[in-house]
Ligand binder design. Structure first.
Ligand code: 87F
Length: 499
């Protein structure tokens, strides 16, 4: 609560309305009016990322890195429940190894960065900087796997990868270097690999929907869109407010393709040598981009509590004569919240006004703010401010921790509901290629029957302004119909433009 006394005090503190800081803080564009500029401003002004002199690369500043660490913790715990173990492989991949499985690199070659020299000395063999680690890992797997007793082998790696893209870079969404996890598993049977692919897809789905509060459509990629080295590829796709689809995670059934190329085999229970079945899967720092786009608003970032590095910020309203008491109560509330496993900060900086702090924390998307001034103390109350709805609620001090905890749960749920609603409203049924094109033009995902062939996909792409299939439904039994392009049997498929 801002009092007139506080406003007077504010005049002498930095960050007051007419201070030079002002122009570097608030957003100068509205999300619906210039989405791209809005995104750029949120990324910079919420202190998530910065540029460097390295073109196409970015700095993950502490605030976005903290979000990534949250995502890492959640994913890592789920992988470990499946028995997956973490390991770390070299950043460099010798050219001969890299080109062993020719099919999978085809199409990707222009994006590979190479190390050619050490000092001024030319290397005997070029080294690829990993764009993904199938080749370097599977060389090791071929040595480690001898019998069925060694299977399943479930390995994950947290690392950086480099893909030298030439499309316009966008922080988190498209950068030449990014962070991810890549999981690689080896199984005795096709069924076990299928199950692994689905278990991971479910984990990605849970992270997207329950932690990031982003509703996704999951499914299988078409022939054109699947990973060339895979039998099939599964994906989760989100719809961004500008009408573009964003792939948030992908999980591949690799079949025996890589086992053949890398000589991975095992002595089966039947005493015979067999080739194993493999999977690979990845989720990257790109999902932070999705998070920003999905929930942010005209005031900045809006973070779902389950992923927010700071879930609650307590902003004490400070005056000389009551400062001590207010700070003591703020500290007490902090401790109560910490007991409830809530991440909380008391913003006791005296160099900024309360109003300036409110704006800053709103820009940074902290889900819940607790305002506490001398008048509140007198009334034994505090004010809770919800970032997502801007709703304020006055609560009694003795129940403030419980009320805050409850509200965090409501914010999480409400952000997800909103995202689910947006996804559902953003899907338009289409009965022809023309209708697919119309839906895409309307910034929606077109839902149409599709056979999955590369030929039909090319036709859609040409007629629907570059849109492609994002995913084909997995529960296709009851959802069969005639392909909107060729009329042959197809399944429910979502089309859209992509990032
Ligand atoms: C770029 C250059 C070279 C993607 C690339 O999806 C190779 C590749 O193989 C490449 N870009 N891919 C496909 C990656 C497949 C797979 N790898 C493990 C994943 C998830 C994590």
């Amino acid at each position: 609560m801002t009092t007139s006394k506080e406003k007077t005090a504010a005049k002498t503190a930095p960050g007051k309305d007419d201070s030079p800081d002002k122009k570097t803080t608030g957003l100068t564009v509205k999300k619906p009016e210039d989405f791209s500029e809005w995104y750029t401003q949120v990324v910079q002004k919420a202190d998530l990322a910065d540029y460097t002199s390295v073109s196409g690369c970015m700095v993950f500043k502490p605030y976005s890195y903290a979000i990534w660490e949250k995502i890492q913790q959640l994913l890592d715990a789920k992988f470990k429940q499946l028995g997956v173990k973490n390991a770390y492989f070299p950043l460099f991949i010798p050219e001969s190894l890299f080109k062993k499985e020719a099919e999978h690199v085809e199409g990707f070659t222009p994006e590979v960065a190479w190390v050619t020299h050490a000092g001024d000395t030319k290397l005997d063999e070029r080294l690829a900087i990993r764009p993904t680690s199938e080749t370097i890992m599977y060389e090791s797997f071929s040595k480690w796997i001898r019998s069925w007793r060694d299977l399943p082998m479930l390995i994950n790696q947290w690392c950086n990868v480099v893909r030298w893209e030439f499309k316009y870079p966008k922080p988190f969404i498209r950068t030449r270097e990014f962070l991810w996890q890549e999981g690689h598993t080896v199984h005795e049977t096709a069924k076990q690999a299928d199950d692994m692919v689905m278990a991971i897809l479910n984990i990605y789905n849970e992270i997207a929907e329950q932690s990031l509060a982003i509703a996704v459509q999951s499914g299988r990629k078409s022939e054109q869109e699947k990973f060339a080295g895979a039998l099939y590829t599964t994906t989760i796709e989100a719809l961004m407010p500008d009408g573009k689809a964003l792939q948030m995670g992908t999980s591949h059934q690799l079949g025996q393709n890589f086992a053949k190329a890398f000589g991975i085999s095992f002595l089966g229970k039947d005493g015979k040598h067999q080739m194993p079945w493999q999977t690979s899967w990845g989720m990257s720092t790109r999902v932070i981009g999705a998070l920003i786009m999905a929930h942010g608003d005209d005031k900045g970032l809006v973070l779902p509590p389950n992923i927010a590095p700071v879930q609650v910020v307590i902003v004490p309203i400070l005056f000389e004569d009551s400062k001590k008491e207010v700070l003591a109560v703020a500290e007490k509330i902090k401790q109560q919240l910490q007991k409830e496993n809530v991440t909380v900060e008391v913003d006791d900086r005296e160099t900024y006004t309360a109003g300036w702090k409110f704006n800053e924390w709103e820009l940074k998307g902290v889900p819940l703010r607790i305002e506490l001034g001398p008048r509140d103390l007198q009334g034994k109350q505090a004010v809770l401010f919800r970032r997502d709805t801007a709703a304020k609620e006055t609560v009694k001090l003795d129940g403030v921790a419980a009320a805050a905890k409850k509200m965090l749960g409501e914010i999480q749920q409400s952000l997800y509901n909103k995202s689910r609603q947006q996804l559902e409203n953003g899907i338009a049924p289409a009965k022809s290629v023309t209708e697919v094109a119309a839906a895409v033009k309307n910034k929606k995902l077109a839902k149409a029957y599709f056979c999955g062939s590369a030929k039909c996909e090319a036709e859609v792409k040409e007629k629907a302004d570059g849109a492609n299939s994002r995913c084909m439904t997995l529960d296709d039994e009851e959802k069969k119909g005639k392909c909107v392009v060729c009329g042959k049997e197809g399944v429910v498929t979502y089309f859209g433009k992509s990032y």
